[in-house]
Ligand binder design. Structure first.
Ligand SMILES: Nc1ncnc2c1ncn2[C@@H]1O[C@H](COP(=O)(O)OS(=O)(=O)O)[C@@H](OP(=O)(O)O)[C@H]1O
Length: 429
């Protein structure tokens, strides 16, 4: 009898516990849903396409299927040169602006970059802007930064020291044939040829045995072909700060432990790339920009609006290069070629893992991109941005929404918003 009584009590207790755990689960699910919806509301000004309510495609979007997924806020984007990084930076700046994020910036650089600076210095934080709400010089609290989207080499240990614990690391790569050609123009590698030219600037000497005709009337393609005829010689002639831009610059930015002279060691390079595949949570492949962004959106549990962009830093005019020249560029930048190849492979694995909705989501995203461009963006004007090339500068239409302004207003606009906010956060320099 007594035992029956105990069993009954145990059953009642069990049922009670079950009921409590169901209630707790439902409550936390609802809380997360609410916070996620709040975010969406916050993100979507009235006059923009509303991702989750405008069509069946939209309600079925991948992130809508994951009710418990919250937008990941801690992201460090390592900008690699000439890979579409300015366009990507505007995405991270905008997201950080909306979420009130603290950025790692070089407070002494006009655009907050560190470029090739050694970031492992014991007192790196002395170069930083303090996080929002932290006083200048209160270095013990220069910690837990939310985000970063600048030109800086990927010194992972240093990032771990200053970024929030659950930070995800993102970067971008591009086929070196296009990336190097873009850098050749921007950083003026042509000057290496002029440096070796005869006094009359009509002939150049390679070593002291060969002279070929070369002058300012020669096209960029001539200059590229000339550079690639003796890349080591011209590379050495560059010296100075532009040097690393001209040879495997993507690997230079991402694999900080590899020295130039080790880049010919394919086994070592591949081993380093293996490590980067583990260390970088997402790498945007320039040639599959939208596909990459979709994969990233899913990984970060972001919304479609979060990944909208209008391309920045696009050259107004570009030479087409013969396949032979492209192959030579890839050979000269062999480590970058391996890097690009591998992250392209990794991307397509992720696309496969995304599932059957990938194509639908991609079409949906591209429709949104086209809508936002016509709705928000004024005609892009070619502007000489002072780096040997004319780029198309985007501008938001007059009287457009704040999201329009941030998407179409261009990189400098989003950068100033986050940089100035942090600089002026009550503890001005
Ligand atoms: N959305 C998208 N898709 C593909 N490619 C894109 C995109 N946005 C920018 N770009 C191209 O990226 C080049 C500029 O790269 P960056 O912004 O990284 O340059 S920089 O290092 O910060 O100066 C520049 O390449 P080039 O035009 O060949 O010079 C841009 O056209």
């Amino acid at each position: 009898m007594k035992e029956m009584h105990f069993r009954k009590r145990r059953i009642i207790l069990f049922v009670l516990l079950l009921a409590v755990s169901i209630a707790v689960t439902t409550l936390s699910y609802t809380t997360l849903r609410i916070s996620n919806e709040d975010v969406i509301k916050h993100h979507q000004p009235m006059n923009l396409p509303r991702v989750r309510s405008s069509s069946s495609q939209v309600t079925e979007s991948s992130s809508a299927l994951i009710p418990h997924c919250e937008a990941h806020k801690h992201v460090a984007y390592i900008k690699t040169h000439k890979t579409g990084s300015t366009t990507l930076e505007t995405i991270f700046n905008r997201f950080g602006f909306i979420y009130n994020s603290s950025f790692i910036f070089n407070r002494n650089d006009f655009f907050g970059h560190f470029e090739a600076m050694d970031f492992r210095d014991a007192a790196t934080e002395k170069h930083f802007l303090p996080p929002l709400g932290v006083g200048k010089g209160d270095y013990a609290r220069y910690k837990n930064y939310d985000t970063c989207a600048i030109h800086v080499r990927f010194y992972r240990d240093t990032f771990i020291k200053y970024m929030a614990n659950d930070t995800l690391y993102v970067s971008s790569v591009r086929d070196p044939a296009d990336q190097w050609e873009s850098a050749f123009n921007q950083f003026g590698f042509r000057k290496a040829i002029s440096r070796l030219a005869d006094a009359n600037k009509k002939m150049i000497a390679i070593g002291d045995y060969l002279k070929v005709p070369f002058n300012d009337a020669n096209s960029t393609l001539d200059a590229i072909n000339e550079f690639l005829r003796k890349p080591e010689v011209y590379h050495n002639a560059l010296n100075g700060e532009d040097w690393h831009f001209a040879h495997n610059d993507q690997v230079f930015d991402l694999a900080t432990d590899l020295e130039m002279k080790q880049l010919k060691n394919e086994t070592l390079v591949n081993r380093t790339i293996d490590r980067l595949v583990d260390e970088l949570d997402m790498v945007i492949v320039n040639e599959y920009f939208d596909e990459s962004l979709l994969v990233m959106k899913k990984a970060l549990c972001w919304d479609f609006n979060d990944i909208l962009y209008i391309s920045q830093n696009k050259r107004a005019v570009k030479d087409t290069m013969p396949e032979e020249t492209r192959a030579k560029i890839r050979a000269w930048n062999h480590a970058d070629t391996l890097l690009h190849y591998r992250f392209n492979e990794t991307l397509w694995k992720k696309i496969k893992a995304y599932g059957p909705k990938f194509q639908i989501d991609l079409e949906h995203f591209r429709q949104m991109l086209s809508d936002i461009k016509s709705k928000c963006s004024d005609i892009s004007k070619p502007v000489d941005h002072g780096y040997n090339s004319v780029v198309l500068q985007t501008r938001a239409k007059a009287n457009s929404t704040s999201l329009c302004k941030m998407v179409a207003g261009g990189f400098a606009d989003t950068f100033r918003r986050v940089f100035n906010r942090q600089k002026d956060s009550g503890f001005a320099f």
